[in-house]
Design a protein around this ligand. Sequence first.
Ligand code: ADP
Ligand code: MG
Length: 381
Amino acid sequence: MSTRVRIENLTKNFGNVSALDNFSLEVDPGEFMVLLGPSGCGKTTAVRCIAGLSDPSSGTIHIGDQLVNGLPPRDRDIAMVFQNYALYPHMSVYDNIAFPLKMRKESKGNIRKKVEKISKLLEISQLIDRKPKELSGGQMQRVALGRALVREPKVFLMDEPLSNLDAKMRAYMRTEIKKLQRKVGITTIYITHDQIEAMSMADRIAIMDHGLIQQVGTPQEVYSKPSNTFVAGFTGSPPMNFLECEVSRSNSHLLFEISGSFLVRSESGALRNVFDRLYGKGESPAKVTLGIRPRDIHIRNDQERSDLTIDCILSFVEMLGDDTVLEVNIGKNSMKVLTNSMMTDTRQDLSVGQHMSLGISHEKLHFFNAQTGVRRGESKQ
Ligand SMILES: Nc1ncnc2c1ncn2[C@@H]1O[C@H](COP(=O)(O)OP(=O)(O)O)[C@@H](O)[C@H]1O
Ligand SMILES: [Mg+2]
């Protein structure tokens, strides 16, 4: 039986710092919810309030049907895993995992059964007699997970549990944690500042900035329909390009004027339709922030037609193995383009300083309000 977590209008102030500002979030039973946001945006404060380690200034927290405000942490039936594993150094792996059950005074036989089951699930049965100092970082983190899981809590809170691991172990453990959560089905709130972790693990992501939730949605939703420029810039790598432009209509085409000097002309009917749908036929010209993901830009060959064509100058080439990132200048603006290295390798004419022509499909353009950064058109909130 999985449990729903409902957080309503949570506010937490530290002096005049507002760490949480009317934070509301509902986590479905068995869901893997990721809180994603930059350092200092209030993620840890949110989970500390849920765990009962910190009292909110106002707002309510329900775990299942129970209002838990004021309830001490031990009565909330929550398990937490932190960045530093906090294992007891003098205890074996077995005793570390068994500890919460011993505290609950469960019978020896029962404890043995549960510890063995969890160790098997986490594939650490062979390490059971070791001390923490004889384990690798990834193994220690698995023991910490085991100790949290063995209690069969209603809710799992994880605050950046993989930050101390090296890149390879982090990638491995994120798959392991995700699989484990699927298997046990415990409602989980997982904190990270790493968008790749969030994208790859979450059923849904809540993106935060300055104590405020900016958007809640599936990884696909927040990636393809970011509700504002903050969310758009925080997902995807390299991040989305933003171009401030003034868009106007002229007969059958659209004119995109960038930095007051540079003109991009589009005769695409499809793009014209998108623009008319978003802005209405009467409105013109419109100041917009145009968002384009580096991966959604392609290098045009001369004959090819594209909805939006941007002429630019190549300023930097960065090889990343499978991918190559090109930096280009458009007037005073710069933009990043992510290309497949195989494709760029075959183009011998790629050299810094050269003119290039880039193409973007109308489906891949994001329009944001130039003043507020809010997405124009539908977005999932
Ligand atoms: N105990 C505290 N006293 C004062 N300010 C705090 C305290 N805890 C957190 N803060 C402030 O609240 C904000 C959010 O912090 P935190 O929740 O730790 O962010 P995150 O986990 O997203 O990095 C930050 O500005 C931080 O400095
Ligand atoms: Mg934190």
